[in-house]
Design a protein around this ligand. Structure first.
Ligand code: GRF
Length: 209
């Protein structure tokens, strides 16, 4: 199936099960997002996210291994840039991508890269944000979709959704509840981007009517 010129060409990067990628794929399929996932890239060779793409006939690439844990070598990032460029990607969605994006990947897609994070930023950036929230003892946490900049989980906020912490929550039950919210929030942010409704000025993201 071809990609019409009005459809946003989306590249997804992820390291894990890809439930957020699945939410994007389904939102594209039902026409909620005027776009299409044209390629999926993972830093984990056997990540389920790659399987989900392949099942749909979407090109899926493993780019690695790396000698670093939290970032990729510039040469590996350049390989990702080449893959995304080759597919004409206009928006990169980080959907559970567990590495900090550096040069050249970030600079190649400046202003065109979104991330979903499982907390209400700027609270609890970094790893295991739901566990951080439980340990801290907050009553409300949630998820954030933001533009990606040089910082860790630090770019301009696009959308946030609050999720209450319930008595008896374990890290697993809280993360599960946050993920349900993520699966609605990330596709909605991509929809707004695709419709050119996001106007960024400094840290402020205005959502146009
Ligand atoms: C999500 O909770 C996301 O916020 C975090 O990693 C998780 C990825 O889950 N960065 P999945 O791979 O989309 O299922």
């Amino acid at each position: 199936m071809g990609v019409s010129s009005e459809e946003l060409r989306i590249g997804v990067l992820g390291s894990g099960t890809g439930s957020n990628c699945e939410a994007i794929l389904q939102a594209c399929e039902r026409g909620q997002i005027p776009g299409r996932v044209v390629v999926v890239v993972s830093d984990i060779a056997d990540a389920l996210i790659l399987e989900r793409a392949r099942k749909r006939g979407i090109p899926a690439h493993f780019v690695g291994p790396s000698r670093f844990k939290t970032k990729l070598e510039p040469e590996l990032e350049q390989r990702i840039v080449d893959i995304l460029r080759e597919k004409g990607v206009e928006l990169v969605a980080l959907a559970g991508y567990m590495r900090v994006v550096k040069t050249p990947l970030l600079s190649s897609f400046a202003g065109k890269m979104l991330n979903v994070h499982p907390s209400l930023l700027p609270s609890f950036p970094g790893l295991h944000a739901w566990e951080q929230a439980l340990t801290y003892g907050v009553r409300v946490t949630g998820c954030t979709v933001h533009f990606v900049n040089e910082g860790v989980d630090a770019g301009p906020v696009i959308l946030q959704q609050a999720v209450p912490v319930q008595a008896g929550d374990t890290p697993a039950t809280l993360h599960q509840r946050i993920q349900i919210a993520e699966h609605a929030l990330l596709p909605e942010a991509i929809r707004l981007f695709a419709l050119r409704k996001l106007q960024v000025t400094g840290r402020q993201v205005k959502i146009l009517e």
